[in-house]
Design a protein around this ligand. Structure first.
Ligand code: ADP
Ligand code: MG
Length: 701
């Protein structure tokens, strides 16, 4: 074996030493030369670009200008004094300012001589100034230009305080390349390098730190991003392969009487093409020897429930039981009712198990589950409890997945000797590129089509001054027999205030919509479950026309006659929440409306969120905007995934590159699943290296 320079500690590098090494480790997590060489600049200062004074803007950070000093004067201040030079080009003039080293500068500045100055500009009223510019005579600058693109490394306050400036960092990296240039191991195969015409690893590393020009820099970034994404995809895909090989499932061999009877006689509508396609994907999975682990993404109202029911029937056809989990009691109950209704003509035993089921009834359910009398169990977290045992659990459907963690999914696995097939359903659409990297352990199906005849929900933005008009509109709709939701935000930090808003709102609604002509329900988190349930019932049975609520109705509630959704303080909601809420209307045949009530003072982000809601109803578009606003770190379920620790690639901006990386990894694993071919030796070594570092994949090989 060769000695891999990358494992060398950075303290051995000339100019670093133990103290600095310690500082770099603490501040930036840099320990080895490998860490150092892949600590990439986060931007470059383009020293080839010159600005004109009249084109300066206050948003610019660092600029480079050519011009001459046309005057110098000193201003006395309380503490010390200030040197001010007037600097002009052919478009205007600005001030250069010094607070320190004044004497030396004054003695050395040359009037009427052309300089190149560089630094940050400040704007005061309409004039610009630059404190402590870097200056060089144009004649010298023209001779001395080495690297046009100067790297700027991420840093910390402590580092700058302790003297590790960007300049010092550059020197450290320079030293690294003096000692090790050309000695870094290639990580990709020749095949991939040729296919995408990539720079070699050595060339790319050098160019990312010391770019010769924009073109080389772009190629180096391309290569390093592709490599980074490729290895993530390789790991995810390979884990999946291993899982499929290792974890045997219960094959559902036949599609039998339950499925066929329902499909041909009781299906209340014909499936959309998307539903059919997804069903096929599920059938293929559950029919194979491996365990299914599938994520079903589909916008609100896209019809995921029926897909779950059909999958359940296949399980029943193969003598297996089915568990369906929802995140809240209201939702579990709703699923229960909907599914009982769908399957009412069939000899199928369905039970509901939630926290509020009494002990005696609960025991009965436990027993009949173990005896195999119950076919389908629907419920909340209560299903996860150890006491809940099945005779032969074959399929677990988890609705609104982001509220259940990976650990909970795993608990359901243990309820059978062979783990049941898992179908996770979510209405939080995640752009496919992101889903590819986040849900590495799940295969993905997408319902990207709404059932026919749905009218788009008309969405408008309204302010407080429009309130009377909004009330009038509500009355008009109620006269037509429609129902209205009014939702108030509930934010943990300001809970007391939020409740006050909710109750004030409720009172003003009751005043504007008096009995007996109108009936108003209210539902919020502080009510007893039974009271909540009662109020929901009143509304869902049409006995009340208006439901005032906090976001408890966010997920899944299905009341087709409710066609108006009013969201109060809409600017306080996140995009995905707004989208979920809006999804509560537009479920019947009537034209539905969503009215976003907002205050006038809106942040830029809030404006984007609200306008996005007005402009589109496409959940995937909304998710993409959300992702751009909040970054992947805030998306549910992404916390443990590697996408957050990317060194150079950007999961949002580099979507197409991610696909390329994924297909490339797929091709390689298809041909060489264990990376045994000689041509893939570099890939194998790198893969092992990553394994060793992260330890996450240590048990696979
Ligand atoms: P979600 O994906 O939000 O869970 P649901 O499964 O609750 O959506 O379906 C929303 C509504 O659409 C339900 O009333 C359901 O009966 C109806 N639906 C589902 N699929 C179809 C279809 N193919 N044609 C017509 N209506 C459908
Ligand atoms: Mg649903």
């Amino acid at each position: 074996m060769y000695a891999n320079p990358l494992h060398t500690k950075i303290s051995y590098l000339k100019g670093v030493g133990p103290a600095r090494a310690d500082l770099l480790r603490k501040e930036l997590g840099l320990q080895t030369l490998s860490d150092l060489v892949s600590f990439f600049p986060n931007r470059y200062i383009d020293r080839t670009r010159f600005y004109k004074i009249n084109a300066l803007q206050d948003t610019q950070t660092e600029v480079q200008i050519i011009g001459q000093i046309t005057g110098i004067h000193t201003v006395a201040q309380k503490r010390g004094s200030r040197l001010i030079a007037t600097f002009s080009d052919d478009t205007g003039s600005m001030e250069l300012v010094w607070f320190r080293g004044i004497k030396w500068i004054k003695d050395n500045l040359k009037l009427q001589t052309t300089y190149v100055i560089f630094g940050r500009v400040n704007k005061f009223k309409n004039s610009f100034s630059m404190p402590h510019p870097e200056m060089e005579l144009l004649s010298i600058y023209n001779k001395s230009l080495q690297s046009a693109l100067q790297p700027v490394y991420p840093s910390t306050e402590t580092l700058s305080k302790r003297g590790v400036s960007n300049r010092v960092f550059q020197k450290i990296i320079q030293q690294l390349f003096l000692d090790y240039k050309g000695k870094f191991q290639e990580t990709l195969s020749e095949e991939i390098i040729n296919k995408f015409r990539l720079l070699s690893k050595n060339e790319a590393l050098f160019q990312i730190h010391f770019p010769e020009n924009q073109d080389k820099l772009a190629r180096s970034q391309y290569r390093l991003k592709l490599e980074e994404l490729f290895f993530i995809q390789l790991q995810l895909l390979r884990n999946n392969l291993v899982r499929k090989k290792k974890i045997k499932g219960n094959p559902f061999k036949e599609v039998g009487a339950f499925f066929k009877d329902f499909y041909y006689h009781y299906l209340p509508f014909s499936l959309t093409n998307a539903q059919k396609r997804v069903l096929k994907e599920i059938r293929k999975d559950v029919g194979s020897l491996a365990q299914m682990n599938r994520l079903l993404q589909g916008d609100v109202g896209s019809g995921k429930t029926i897909v779950a029911v059909l999958a359940a029937l296949i399980a029943l056809d193969n003598k297996y039981q089915v568990a369906i989990m929802a995140p809240t009691e209201i939702l579990a109950l709703q699923h229960y009712k909907a599914i009982v209704d769908l399957l009412k003509e069939m000899p199928i035993e369905i039970r509901l198990l939630t926290g509020s089921v009494k002990t005696k009834a609960r025991r009965e359910i436990h027993q009949s589950l173990e005896e195999g009398v119950v076919h389908i169990l629907i419920g909340t977290h209560a299903l996860i409890e150890d006491k809940v045992q099945f005779k032969n659990l074959g399929l677990v459907v988890i609705d609104e997945q982001h509220r259940f963690g990976v650990a909970q999914r795993a608990k359901m696995w243990k309820k059978n000797t062979l783990p049941p097939h898992i179908l996770v359903m979510t209405a939080t659409p995640i752009p496919r590129t992101l889903a590819m990297s986040v849900y590495g352990d799940l295969d993905i199906s997408i319902i990207d089509e709404l059932p026919p005849g749905r009218k788009q929900v008309k969405t408008v933005l309204r302010f407080d001054k429009h309130r009377l008009g909004v009330f009038q509109f509500m009355k008009k709709e109620i006269v037509k027999g429609r129902q209205v939701y009014i939702v108030y935000p509930l934010i943990q930090e300001s809970e007391v205030l939020d409740y006050k808003d909710l109750m004030d709102g409720y009172e003003s609604i009751v005043r504007a919509f008096p009995r007996p002509d109108y009936q108003v329900s209210i539902v919020h988190g502080k009510m007893k479950p039974a009271d909540k349930e009662y109020e929901m019932q009143q509304f869902s049975q049409g006995k009340t026309q208006i439901l005032v609520a906090t976001t408890v109705i966010e997920v899944g509630v299905n009341i087709p006659n409710a066609s108006v959704m009013i969201i109060e303080s809409a600017e306080k909601f996140g995009l995905s929440q707004l989208h979920q809420l809006r999804g509560r209307v537009g479920r019947g045949a009537d034209q539905s409306f969503c009215i976003l009530m907002a205050s006038h003072k809106l942040t830029d982000d809030a404006k984007i969120r609200l306008n996005t809601m007005v402009e589109t109803t496409d959940g995937f578009k909304i998710a993409e905007v959300d992702l751009k606003l909040r970054g992947p770190g805030n998306l549910m379920g992404t916390q443990q995934s590697g996408v957050l620790n990317l060194k150079i690639a950007d999961i949002i901006k580099d979507g197409s590159l991610l696909k390329r990386a994924r297909y490339t990894a797929q091709d390689i694993l298809a041909e060489d699943p264990n990376l045994e071919l000689p041509k893939n030796i570099n890939i194998k070594n790198t893969y092992r290296e990553i394994d060793r570092k992260t330890g996450v994949w240590a048990n696979i090989s």
